[in-house]
Ligand binder design. Structure first.
Ligand code: OAD
Length: 261
């Protein structure tokens, strides 16, 4: 199928010739791993209310409810694996010195694909704009405890929720993800825009491009004189800027687009 896809050969030639590439991913790249996207049919925000589960106010109001949802997602993710799309991006990034990956995904599947190839993670050219569900951090302002932590959380009572191990703190721990109304991590945001503005090509994969500032990252490539390639079964607000729009699933298209001949 991919060989016959309009634009694939041209987009492939563009990417293979480019010196600097920024790959920008969203939930769609993980769809073929069994991770639900946020919008569209079967999307997370069609079944759950973001304001009850993914805001600092919701966590203050009902930390057990928020934790129950995140524990469920963490457990579901433990049963998912990187798909050929994540694997192709990982090979591309490790094979070339000036490829950066900017992801909105908190599922850790890009990192698992890189680790499977022997890379040490976190990788300095991977920028997580919305955090990671695999990490916990202290919710108490002023405490900066943060760690990778795979524990199950019993969320039926406040007493069983995880607490900060810093002596004297004991703040509630929370997933290290960006909730609605929160700032994005500054270092990741700066590195993402820097990489995008220097890139010859922004390859945008599996994002509805509706959530900013993440959706603005590929625009920095355009402003810097680079071009945009989009991989998504559906058009998005970025499609009209794309030199090539490859309409199909990332798991089938990315290996054909990125792997050396
Ligand atoms: P969305 O759920 O908004 O969009 C997913 C995109 O993936 C859609 O454009 C689909 O057409 C596309 N898609 C579906 N299956 C695909 C496949 N197999 N291959 C390629 N593309 C596919 O997800 P995001 O754009 O990532 O934020 O959402 C952005 C942010 O909104 C998320 O990071 C999250 C959410 O609220 C926070 O939680 C802060």
């Amino acid at each position: 199928m991919p060989d016959l896809l309009p634009g694939l050969a041209d987009a492939r030639a563009l990417l293979q010739a480019a010196r600097r590439v920024v790959v920008v991913t969203g939930a769609g790249i993980s769809a073929e791993s069994g991770v639900p996207t946020f919008r569209g049919e079967g999307g997370v925000w069609g079944r759950f209310r973001a304001e009850e589960l993914a805001t600092p106010e919701a966590f203050r109001r009902d930390p057990c409810q928020v934790w129950a949802w995140y524990d469920h997602r963490r457990l579901a993710l433990a049963g998912c694996a990187p798909n050929p799309g994540h694997e192709a991006v990982a090979r591309f990034l490790l094979g070339r010195p000036d490829v950066h990956l900017v992801t909105q995904n908190v599922d850790g599947l890009h990192q698992r694909a890189l680790a499977a190839l022997g890379a040490s993670v976190p990788h300095p050219r991977v920028h997580e704009l919305h955090g990671s569900i695999a990490r916990l951090r202290c919710a108490r302002p002023g405490c900066d405890w943060l760690a990778e932590d795979a524990r199950r959380v019993e969320a039926d009572r406040l007493e069983t929720l995880p607490r900060c191990p810093v002596p004297g703190c004991e703040g509630l721990l929370r997933p290290d993800v960006v909730w609605f109304g929160e700032m994005l991590p500054e270092a990741a945001l700066t590195a993402s825009f820097e990489a995008a503005s220097r890139a010859d090509v922004a390859l945008v994969v599996g994002t509805s491009a509706l959530v900013h500032p993440a959706a603005s990252v590929p625009l920095a490539t355009l402003q810097g004189g680079g071009v945009l390639v989009e991989v998504n079964p559906e058009p998005t607000p970025l499609s009209r800027h794309a030199r090539w729009g490859l309409r199909g699933p990332a798991g089938a298209i990315l290996p054909a687009l990125l792997d050396p001949a």
